[in-house]
Design a protein around this ligand. Sequence first.
Ligand code: SF4
Length: 91
Amino acid sequence: MAGCPRFVLRVLALGYEGLVKPIIDKELCIGDGICEDICPHVFKLGDEGLAYVVDTNPEADLWDKVEEAARECPTDAILLEAYGPEQEMAA
Ligand code: SF4
């Protein structure tokens, strides 16, 4: 599964179709704005020129776009973590 984004591995490993929480690693972000272009409802460029997540709990109809943004991010700065009742209970 070379080239397969980490989030896909995570989601597949969990066999999960629950909630997906996008996270941006600001150490990796280069601020090219690709994620915002693809999914502006979830990703925005901030004043410092790096992307941030504006919707940490996107609706399911946005997941394809969130996934696409993560896949197209040139530095793999976008991680998607699946979470749901088990994770919420553990928190
Ligand atoms: S696509 Fe990746 S590198 Fe580009 S702005 Fe978004 S998070 Fe940053």
